[in-house]
Design a protein around this ligand. Structure first.
Ligand code: PRP
Ligand code: URA
Length: 206
């Protein structure tokens, strides 16, 4: 399932991020804020379980979350989505996948992996602002499925149709959430209109 989260606040903040003149501080801040807004909506279908509690007034039956949330940012750029979501879900565990995309072949290369052992029973959110060819997302999802992850949501900011198709073909069971579905990839594999290189803009490199 693909869900593009059309919301005036998300669109406004993403527009600030797309502008070439936006600097590191504002880029990060808008990314943080969008991550929180998206997470609120993505969490709408989280499972809950009934619990009995004692309020200061009486005993009552209510509900609380029944599954752990695991966030798995794809390094580096995925780190930019973590704080906005942990502000909302402070109990979330965080795993890491280090992947970089070869600039010539556009193929993803793994350089780091560290996961909590709770992935098999958790709701796992793979985080990366950019879904371009989809190679990195497909590889990341392959990696966490090998470690037993079953419920997986892919959370990206900007996606290209090529990347959405690649993930849907490789992992039809994974829900994809985007703040915007852009037009196409250019000859260098960048999303058009996109926002440039997300990792470089978050961390001020290059
Ligand atoms: C970017 C981005 C994704 C990947 C998307 O990372 O953050 O991980 O490219 O491209 P794909 O869909 O074609 O695989 P990059 O490899 O530039 O690494 P970085 O996050 O360290 O900048
Ligand atoms: N990675 C990015 O950071 N930006 C793109 O447009 C494509 C891949």
């Amino acid at each position: 399932m693909l869900k593009v989260m059309n919301h005036p606040l998300i669109t406004h903040k993403l527009t600030q991020m797309r502008k070439v003149e936006t600097g590191t501080k504002d880029f990060r801040q808008n990314l943080d804020e969008i991550a929180g807004l998206m997470a609120y909506e993505i969490c709408r279908d989280l499972p809950t379980k009934p619990v009995m509690i004692q309020t200061p007034i009486c005993e009552c039956q209510t509900e609380e979350l029944s599954k752990e949330i695991v966030l798995i940012p794809i390094l580096r750029a995925g780190l930019g989505l973590v704080n906005g979501i942990t502000d909302l879900i402070p109990t979330a565990k965080v795993g890491f996948i280090g992947l970089y995309r070869d600039e010539e072949t556009l193929q993803p290369h793994e350089y780091f992996a560290k996961f909590p052992n709770t992935m098999p029973d958790a709701v796992n959110m793979v985080l990366d602002p950019m879904l371009a060819t989809g190679g990195s997302a497909v590889a990341a999802i392959d990696m966490i499925k090998k470690r037993g992850a079953k419920t997986i949501k892919l959370v990206c900011l900007v996606g290209a149709p090529e990347g959405v198709k690649a993930v849907e073909q490789a992992h039809p069971d994974v829900d994809i959430y985007l703040a915007a579905l852009d037009d196409h990839l250019n000859e260098k594999g960048y999303i058009v209109p996109g926002l440039g290189d997300a990792g470089d803009r978050i961390f001020g490199t290059r």
